[in-house]
Design a binder for this molecule. Structure first.
Ligand code: SF4
Length: 339
């Protein structure tokens, strides 16, 4: 069976030999209209509906498992026909904002020491169609989604062609008509990808997982620092900021007695100097099986926040969500892959 969700009109036209040219657009529009039955696509010729019914399927992925956290976070694992398992998450905030956190790769090659996904290495990239499938499945199960963040399994800037293609499909009026400005790409600091976002003036938001503003310390957490040291990362980000004119968000996972001292905060202030109104999301480390870091005490968290405020840094405390449902990125998919 050939899956249809996530294919461009041109791909649909080629795969199903569709003519006249408007037929592919008609089918594309039907796929995202909420109709989940080829028979009900009444504007398509009967012969085409019969062919689609006999040989086509909406999704290639199957929903393996769904877990709902006490805080409302819903984590789902999806399995593709080759056996690849990924996670897709919906986070609901107090303000009613519903964010889909999408994976872009099966596993990840970046080896961040605080990340569960990193433990299994990279298996493969997701195609644009598979990324779109994630989103449409989440929308089907959780209702309308207000924001998208590419922060699930994988490094989106290492699969940027497919991510950009998925964004184009999701933002097209016949699909979700999703505003590109409500889409965030979160990176561990892949400099060539940041420069490409700048050169092409991509309208998506950019978030950077920083976690330490000292090369030696950051390299212990994030091996990418050895390839792209903080100075090079900062130059690329400043270039992006000038080219695109958008505020950059920085993620800082606070780990007890590792990156939570006043000296660490001073290094962070130095790094942020030159960025226009950067926003720092402070996320106290959440204990995770197989990873040995310690959570900071509330006192240390608040000391760090206060010191940031004293230095004019716009820092917001974020609690990691879905703690009761294998909340760490890749934790649930890791379990389901083992089955
Ligand atoms: S944090 Fe992101 S980039 Fe780092 S290993 Fe995990 S999935 Fe990859």
């Amino acid at each position: 069976m050939i899956s249809l969700i996530g294919k461009t009109p041109k791909e649909l036209a080629d795969e199903w030999s569709l003519s006249p040219p408007f037929r592919a657009k008609q089918l594309f529009k039907n796929l995202y209209s909420g109709i989940m039955n080829f028979d009900e696509m009444s504007d398509l010729p009967k012969t085409l509906r019969e062919t689609l019914k006999a040989n086509g399927t909406f999704f290639s992925a199957e929903l393996l498992r769904e877990r709902v956290s006490a805080d409302g976070t819903v984590k789902r694992t999806l399995r593709f026909p080759d056996g690849a398992v990924i996670e897709a998450v919906v986070l609901t905030t107090d303000k009613g904002r519903k964010t889909a956190c999408l994976s872009t790769q099966v596993g990840c090659a970046m080896g961040c020491r605080f990340c569960h996904t990193a433990l299994g290495g990279l298996k493969r990239n997701l195609s644009a169609a598979e990324i779109v499938e994630e989103m449409i499945l989440l929308r089907q199960k959780s209702g309308p989604i207000s924001h998208i963040v590419f922060m699930g399994m994988g490094e989106p800037l290492n699969n940027l062609d497919e991510v950009v293609k998925a964004v184009e499909i999701l933002s097209s009026p016949e699909c979700c008509h999703f505003s590109k400005r409500k889409i965030t790409i979160s990176t561990c600091g892949v400099v060539p990808g940041i420069l490409r976002m700048a050169e092409e003036k991509m309208p998506m938001k950019l978030a950077v997982s920083l976690n330490a503003a000292d090369n030696k310390k950051r390299a212990q957490l994030m091996p990418i620092t050895l390839k792209y040291p903080l100075e090079e990362l900062k130059d690329a980000l400043l270039h992006y900021q000038d080219a695109v004119g958008r505020r950059i968000t920085f993620e800082y996972v606070l780990i007890d007695e590792f990156n939570d001292s006043i000296g660490d905060l001073t290094a962070l202030c130095r790094f942020l100097n030159g960025f226009h109104t950067p926003l720092v999301n402070l996320i106290p480390w959440n204990p995770t099986p197989n990873l040995s870091f310690k959570s900071p005490s509330n006192n240390r968290v608040h000391r760090f926040l206060q010191a940031a405020a004293d230095n004019g840094i716009n820092m917001t405390l974020r609690r990691s969500r879905g703690r009761d449902i294998e909340g760490a990125c890749g934790q649930l998919a890791g379990k389901d892959s083992e089955k």
